[in-house]
Design a protein around this ligand. Structure first.
Ligand SMILES: *Cc1c(COP(=O)(O)O)cnc(C)c1O
Length: 419
């Protein structure tokens, strides 16, 4: 253990992102002792600059009232546009392909309204059997909405017996198998339970060759791993901003629609006034003309107070740069894995179900305990380490590169070694 401790301290000293931790509020106990927070996959921590940014908009509202909509330097009516360049950087897109709006599940429905256009022969949607419940509900309700029975129209991918993760080859093969009837492939960027990072590029290619549209739920991928949504030719994607993007509970989500649909006014969509072109939006006339790009999918005027928080959070991610965040993340999560293996080399107590190949995962490792998982979880909680527990026996540990340290990973491991 001593060796791991020294190693951790060496890595911390060499860490070129170490000063980013100071930009965040770290939760503490009643005595003011900082907790070790490994739950950034669920709710990221609050940047210290958030309060002032939100207060600034409260002040604008207090002092300007409705005139805040057009008051410089950050008029509310175009406020969401400030977030575009950082969002584009984070997901690998052009600015007109990304927008902060609504929440994840709402965006999923909106984009399925456009990109799930079933016919009597091509109507199936493919998801993972273990998909996050909201995605499952959204997809099943879309199928029923269009008059299809999920029993026939929902294709659920399952891992092979005694395996936890989906093999890329099996996903591609399943796409081929349903090629004639598949309308939409909807998969996560990173699977919330196993932490598996899917091969988005390859899946997109194969699904589109089969004639299907492809959408990704990036809830656990955005801000966690670099992506190239534009180059990968993904049709659409959605995300939330409160996990690795640290924007605060329930903050506004985001959406990506590929440039090739940017001025396709024929594509069916559910419209609202904020998606109508800016030039004559305030003339309040009938006749919807969508804005160029994903902005044409907006429904409502933007949620300014949440976006004030989000713009601060995104700026920090952009300042660090998604590639540097990823470089640290690979080391940090790799170190966590190394610690676990050195404590339990034969995997007697704990199995890591997340892929061992770093290219196939993000920050999170999902640990399954042969027994005593619940007690271990309680011991962690008593020791001030915040992770999450999923029935029946999984602990998800997600060291977030913007605020976690190697020494914190060491402390986690020390408790594991005392089990
Ligand atoms: C976190 C998460 C959600 C949350 O959806 P909201 O609409 O933001 O409440 C949905 N899907 C997945 C896969 C998630 O990880």
């Amino acid at each position: 253990m001593e060796e791991l401790e020294q190693q951790a301290s060496k890595y911390d000293q060499a860490d070129e992102l170490k000063h980013f931790r100071q930009k965040y509020h770290i939760p503490a106990d009643e005595q003011g002792r900082e907790k070790i927070y490994f739950c950034g996959n669920s709710l990221g921590l609050q940047p210290k600059a958030v309060a002032a940014a939100v207060e600034k908009e409260l002040e604008n509202w207090r002092t300007k009232g409705v005139e805040g909509h057009f008051a410089e330097p950050k008029p509310w009516w175009t406020y969401h546009k400030q977030l575009k360049s950082t969002l584009a950087h984070i997901v690998g897109a052009k600015e007109h392909e990304v927008v902060a709006m609504n929440n994840l599940t709402t965006n999923l429905h909106l984009l399925m309204a456009s990109f799930y256009q079933p016919t009597s022969s091509r109507y199936k949607i493919m998801i993972e059997g273990g998909a996050f419940p909201s995605d499952h509900y959204a997809v099943e309700s879309q199928l029923r909405w269009h008059g299809f029975d999920p029993v026939q129209a929902l294709v659920e991918l399952q891992p092979r017996p005694n395996e936890e993760i989906l093999r890329t080859a099996d996903i591609l093969q399943a796409i081929g198998q349903h090629a004639d009837s598949l309308a939409l492939v909807l998969l996560p960027g990173i699977q919330y339970y196993t932490g598996q990072f899917f091969d988005l590029k390859r899946i997109t290619e194969v699904a589109q060759e089969a004639g299907a549209n492809v959408g990704f739920d990036l809830a656990h991928a955005v801000g966690n791993v670099p992506m190239q949504l534009h180059h990968w030719n993904v049709d659409f994607a959605v995300w939330c901003s409160y996990k690795y993007l640290n924007s605060g509970p329930g903050n506004t989500g985001g959406a990506f629609v590929h440039e090739r649909y940017a001025d396709n006014a024929e594509l069916p969509r559910l419209a609202g006034w904020w998606g109508h072109q800016e030039e004559d939006r305030f003339q309040m006339k009938p006749g919807f003309k969508p804005m160029y790009g994903v902005d044409g999918w907006q429904l409502s005027n933007a949620n300014i107070l949440p976006l004030a928080a989000q713009s601060v959070s995104l700026e920090i991610v952009a300042e660090a740069g998604v590639d540097r965040v990823r470089q640290k993340s690979l080391k940090l999560t790799g170190f966590l894995e190394e610690c676990i293996h050195s404590i339990d080399p034969e995997g007697k107590y704990v199995t890591i179900i997340t892929p061992s190949n770093p290219d196939e995962r993000g920050a999170q490792l999902s640990l399954v305990f042969a027994s005593g998982g619940r007690q271990f979880f309680e011991k962690l909680t008593q020791s001030g380490i915040i992770v999450d527990w999923r029935e029946p026996s999984v602990i998800r540990v997600a060291p977030a590169p913007l605020y976690n340290t190697f020494t914190e990973v060491y402390h986690f491991s020390k408790i594991l070694s005392e089990m």
